[in-house]
Design a binder for this molecule. Sequence first.
Ligand code: C2E
Ligand code: MG
Ligand code: MG
Ligand code: MG
Length: 279
Amino acid sequence: RAKREGRGRVRFFESEMDKELRDRRLLQHDLRQALEQNQFVVYFQPQARIDGEVIGFEALLRWNHPTRGFVPPDRFVPLAEENGLIVEIGEWVLREACREAASWPRPLQVAVNLSPVQFQAGDLERSIHQILLETGLTPTRLEVEITEGVLIGDFTGALHLLRRLKALGIRIAMDDFGTGYSSLSYLQSFPFDKIKIDRGFISNLEASLQSAEIVRAVLSLAHALNIPVIAEGVETEAQRAFLAREACEEMQGYLVGRPDLIERYLDLVGMTVERRHYA
Ligand code: C2E
Ligand code: MG
Ligand code: MG
Ligand code: MG
């Protein structure tokens, strides 16, 4: 791909694809040190009843890269899944989130995302059990969010593991509902404790009649199956009002609050700054 130019000068052209590949390799390399060097941070985003009452938080991982600044999870989680680091990183997030929630005066719930890779490698049941014991968090306060990716591949094995996790007392939520291929059949195969309607449908509520109908259909299906629903990405009062009319139980989104350091939400968890710093 070297192109000669003028007097024997050589200029190297790198295609966009090469750049992307090189960048992924660089990031993947940096990921290996990120845990040891404390570059990960857990953000918390409030989850509320549709009337606005906050009932818990979702833990969302942030990577504060030494030179690039914050790298979004959609960029680095797939890389950590490729090289298996997500198992260790995922355990770290779980431990941080459970430790944090266990320190709140109010017994709010905490939701943590699990990668399909965590179901395939490592001993997920053991590590969750261990983290619950270690942090003292009441299991019923922990919800894990999975996507349909968990159920693709070793379907029977995944169901078996999900049942054992439920037996620990924790709850299982189906994340990004409606974006996959066969989400409907998954509802039949496992008793999910919650369905999270994907943000894409909510952001299109006003613009697209189809989105509104899909949201209605998901709600009526979930209600028929007795599964509560949380809408992701609720940003406006109009969206909240629509969901309330359709009897959606819960919401999460910028309307309630953005993901942030827990310091920003101390009042909601029932803590004062003093108590947090000197506890
Ligand atoms: P998710 O689990 O579906 O998380 C919801 C995403 O929507 C978050 O993006 C959140 O910041 C964003 N969001 C929430 N409310 C709004 C809103 O009102 N408007 C808009 N525009 N966005 C909103 P985030 O934090 O960038 O995370 C992206 C994805 O990365 C997550 O999607 C999840 O799949 C993954 N992820 C994040 N943390 C972890 C983790 O600890 N482990 C694993 N395995 N995956 C994680
Ligand atoms: Mg999630
Ligand atoms: Mg989601
Ligand atoms: Mg998502």
